[in-house]
Design a protein around this ligand. Structure first.
Ligand code: UDP
Length: 322
């Protein structure tokens, strides 16, 4: 089976490529390297290209018969999406439609889409199940929800099968230490905490400690990047086995506050981590915790690295690589 991984040079995509190669799949990566890193793709065919270039896509799908596509190429910063919505709708929606149109034209049958908990907006119930109302509150979340709806219509009209995986907080790194998070600028909590632990930052700023949570800081559901990737593989296999289009929420189902994450990082690293308290970050809900029952029951997904200390330990191994 040959899988096209769009955005395979990025954080989650590169872990996915490694897993697919390890499991014996043929893999082609398409990435424009706008945020990804060429050296994160070690053992797969690499094609430099952008989803905007329809000719590149058509050429690629004409020359290679793909059995499935995984799509990780997306901008991910909520704040930036508010300031620059055009960039987000162009990249995350319009370019995705290009990809889908070529898939339909070339009869590539199965699509796994990287969606997000941001499609739910401000939660009205916790934990968040698949049926929770979709009321995204920023262009990032709205764009992802648009694609989810587009996918329903593409299945009905063109028979394109898809599974949307709505990530909660992806974190951690390759347990073998070869891959990890390399965003520039880094905005995610765990790598920022670890940079502070490693002396690369003077401190970590906690965005708000007046939330309605036990310690006043935001609660999130952190899921190991490898566990996310295993879910992608199960999802693709499900479609190959004849399963219908679907969507799953992907988290461990455990919430940790920002302060708990910092405390765990102190224990894991044995380092002092200076903390400052700052303003709330606009658009941050107090709690986001997944109800992950459906993916467990229907796809047989079982997280291997559900423990927060393990997630942080793998990220620390990456942060302190030589
Ligand atoms: N956060 C923080 N300081 C930072 C970065 C993040 O306090 O420098 C908080 C943020 O407000 C949120 C949590 O950490 O409550 C996780 O944020 P992140 O950006 O990692 O992921 P998101 O939840 O936005 O997907």
């Amino acid at each position: 089976m040959h899988v096209l991984v769009v955005g395979g040079a990025g954080y989650i995509g590169s872990h996915m490529v490694k897993l697919l190669v390890q499991r014996g799949f043929e893999v082609t990566v398409l990435d424009n390297l706008s945020t990804g890193h060429r050296d994160s793709v070690r053992e797969a065919r690499f094609v430099l290209g952008d989803l905007f270039e329809r000719d590149t896509l058509e050429d690629l799908c004409r020359k290679t018969c793909f059995d499935g596509v995984m799509h990780f190429a997306s901008y991910i910063q909520v704040g930036e999406s508010v300031r620059e919505p055009a960039k987000y709708y162009r990249n995350n929606v319009f370019k995705t439609q290009n990809l889908l149109d070529v898939m339909v034209a070339r009869r590539v049958p199965c699509f796994i889409f990287s969606s997000t908990a941001a499609i739910f907006g401000e939660p009205v119930r916790i934990p968040i199940g698949e049926d929770h109302p979709k009321q995204p509150i920023n262009p990032y979340g709205r764009g992802k929800w648009m694609v989810e709806q587009m996918l329903e219509d593409y299945d009905t009209a063109y028979g394109l099968k898809s599974i949307c995986l709505r990530y909660f907080n992806a974190a951690g790194a390759d347990p073998e230490g070869e891959l990890g998070e390399r965003h520039n600028p880094e905005t995610h909590l765990i790598p920022l905490i670890l940079q502070a632990a490693n002396g690369r930052r003077s401190h970590i700023t906690v965005f708000g400690n007046d939330y309605d949570t036990p310690d006043g800081t935001c609660i999130r559901d952190y899921i190991h990047v490898n566990d996310l990737c295993e879910a992608h593989l199960l999802a693709l296999q499900r479609l190959w086995d004849g399963g219908g289009s679907s969507a799953y929420n992907l988290g461990n189902g455990n919430g940790f506050s920002v302060r708990e994450v910092i405390e765990t990082a102190r224990t894991v690293t044995g380092r002092d981590i200076p903390v400052q308290y700052g303003e709330r970050r606009p658009g941050d809900p107090a709690r986001l915790v997944a109800d992950s029952q459906r993916v467990r029951v229907e796809l047989g997904w079982k997280p291997r690295y559900a423990d927060l200390a393990t997630i942080i330990a793998h990220a620390w191994q990456w942060e302190t690589r030589s």
